[in-house]
Ligand binder design. Sequence first.
Ligand code: IMP
Ligand code: MG
Length: 175
Amino acid sequence: MVFQSQLKILISRDQIAEAVDRLAREINRDYQGKQPLLISVLQGSFVFMADLIRQLDLPLELDFVRLASYGAARESSGKVRVVQGVKTPVEGRDILVIEDIVDTGITICFLLDYLRKKKPASLKLCTLTDKPSRRSVPVPIDYLGFTVPNKFIVGYGLDFDEKFRNLPHICTLED
Ligand code: IMP
Ligand code: MG
């Protein structure tokens, strides 16, 4: 059972909105004249994706992938599999992957390898948060919202056991 008192605001909704604005400006600038395919990693990145795309002035397309790695536990199992792959052809496209958090890096490395095999014209990563203290495989991040401390975070799409995705702020979940 998790109590409300275990939640502390780490990044407020206003700070998130500012970061989304900044990232959108960077992406708008870098993808001028292109038609990127944004790939959102379900489920955690759907809130971020929804806010970000409404600030993008580009003829973009969307797709979603669902990967499995985390269960109810707070630790990654280290095993990743594709539960739902991309539906849109990736070959020759400018792909921008949208993630909620890069933690050990195992999940995103697996996804980037999976997409690279499909021969995109370019492949970049935009993540709302980065927890570098726990990295076990190197991950090149092209667009970053926030570096976060080595704490479990929830809200703004991020969950603990499928809960708290609806919080407007990013909060730490204290023991
Ligand atoms: P990684 O494979 O360790 O990088 O884990 C990545 C995935 O684990 C993310 O896409 C999240 O779904 C989940 N995850 C990692 N850290 C957190 C956290 O602090 N809060 C919520 N989910 C997390
Ligand atoms: Mg995720």
